[in-house]
Design a protein around this ligand. Structure first.
Ligand code: NAD
Ligand code: IPM
Ligand code: MN
Length: 377
């Protein structure tokens, strides 16, 4: 039989709340594919793992992750663990997982996943309408993974990049840029760095250009300093439609800006993958861009859409179930749009609605089942 191994790490605070909805949706997706057997295992990460094992992720969980086809990951962290020493913070669990799986490219798409979400953006519709870019964030290097020195009077993170790390990330950005847009064109790749100041950025820029001109001469590559890109993303976001190729730290910050553009961090998905997409199934970690949102956890109102869209990416990249991925993406869109037009409120409060996490999950399941005619229309 066609078997897929999935490890689910629910994490902390809203993590388990949104993971529950994603798994419910996955069960419905699986109903329509009896030929595929999905083995699901569960494990702990973050604060919940610290509480159970004294570690943000155990070696056993890391090995389980390594032998799975994909990891569905909830968000981690919270005030309970804020005072833990640096190497024992919940967030370290995620970094260890990314490193263990060598999930070196973090793909973070930003667009309006439903047309009616445009009204939720804090920006004027004429500025933000049509925004559509994918951030490719280097995920296993840079300041996050360089050696650290942490003492009473000094703290330092070595921000280092090596040729091979930049080349492989550039190949992922290029592969995504090659996938033609609706108008059939290849996408522009925007390289964001601080080559005016940082040595690690100068090698980033140099190797990125070398790789593109050697391997992808047909693609257009443009440089933009990361700080001015942050400004321009707010002022004229559609300028960057295409691929944003950037380092770990800048990608983290630019992807939260993209949540601001869309109007809620709660809808953005991410995929951290370990090989170039389009060259067979890749292993990956699928998590929402947002954090554990301790301020709203326990109330049942966290938006599950970012997590369920991450499941869409999982189906597409790791399970090679692209028809199901598209069908699920459409179902999410129908649910979000129907609430706006028909006042049914199948949206969580971050999107101006009054639905619960569970109601959004249920609606997505129902629309998926009904073959995406809106069941409410
Ligand atoms: P956050 O992303 O958790 O929350 C920022 C704001 O967005 C909050 O007001 C929150 O309520 C809102 N928000 C986030 N997700 C939402 C959702 N699904 N639905 C509705 N509203 C949502 O960022 P933070 O508060 O700065 O960080 C909280 C904790 O999360 C920290 O410990 C941080 O390290 C951790 N964190 C984890 C991840 C991850 O696990 N991938 C990512 C970022 C931050
Ligand atoms: C993210 C998060 C993580 C990061 C943290 C929790 C390690 O902010 O996935 O964006 O900084 O990469
Ligand atoms: Mn982040």
């Amino acid at each position: 039989a066609n078997r897929k191994k999935l490890l689910v790490l629910s994490g902390d605070h809203v993590g388990p709340e949104i993971i529950k909805e994603a798994i419910k949706v996955l069960d419905v997706v699986a109903e329509f594919r009896p030929d595929i057997e999905i083995d699901i295992e569960y494990g702990l990460i973050g604060g919940t793992s610290l509480n159970a094992y004294g570690l943000p992720i155990s070696d056993q969980t890391l090995e389980k992750a390594a032998s799975s086809d994909a990891v569905l990951l909830g968000s981690v962290g919270g005030p309970e663990w804020e005072h833990f020493p640096g190497h024992l913070r919940p967030e370290i669990g995620i970094l260890k997982l990314r490193a263990r799986l060598n999930a070196f490219a973090n793909i973070r798409p930003c667009r309006f996943f439903a047309t009616s979400l445009i009204n939720r953006s804090p920006l004027k519709p004429e500025i933000v309408a049509g925004v559509n870019f994918i951030i490719v964030r280097e995920n296993c290097g840079g300041a996050y993974f360089g050696s650290k020195d942490e003492r009473e009077e000094i703290g330092s993170d070595l921000w280092v990049y090596r040729r091979a790390e930049i080349e492989r990330c550039a190949r992922v950005s290029a592969a995504l840029a090659m996938q033609p847009s609706h108008s059939g064109e290849k996408h522009i790749v925007w390289n964001a760095d601080k080559a005016n100041v940082l040595a690690s950025s100068r090698i980033w820029r140099r190797i990125t250009h070398e790789t593109f001109s050697r391997e992808f001469p047909e693609l257009e590559l443009q440089d933009q300093l990361a700080d001015s890109m942050a400004m321009l993303l707010v002022k004229s976001p559609t300028k960057f439609n295409g691929i944003i190729h950037t380092d770990n730290t800048f990608g983290d910050i630019l992807s939260d800006i993209s949540g601001g553009l869309i109007g809620s961090l709660g809808v953005l998905p991410s995929a951290s993958i370990s090989s170039v997409p389009g060259q067979g199934p890749c292993k990956g970690i699928y998590e929402a861009v947002h954090g554990s949102a301790p301020d709203i956890s326990g109330k049942g109102i966290a938006n599950p859409v970012g997590q369920i869209l991450s499941l869409v990416l999982l189906l597409r990249f790791s399970f090679e179930m692209s028809d199901e991925a598209t069908r699920l993406e459409n179902a999410i869109q129908v649910v979000l749009d129907s609430s706006e037009y028909q006042g049914l409120g199948i949206r969580t409060p971050d999107l101006g609605g009054s639905a619960s996490t569970k109601e959004v999950g249920d609606a997505i399941c129902a629309v998926y089942r009904s073959g995406f005619q809106t069941i409410y229309g």
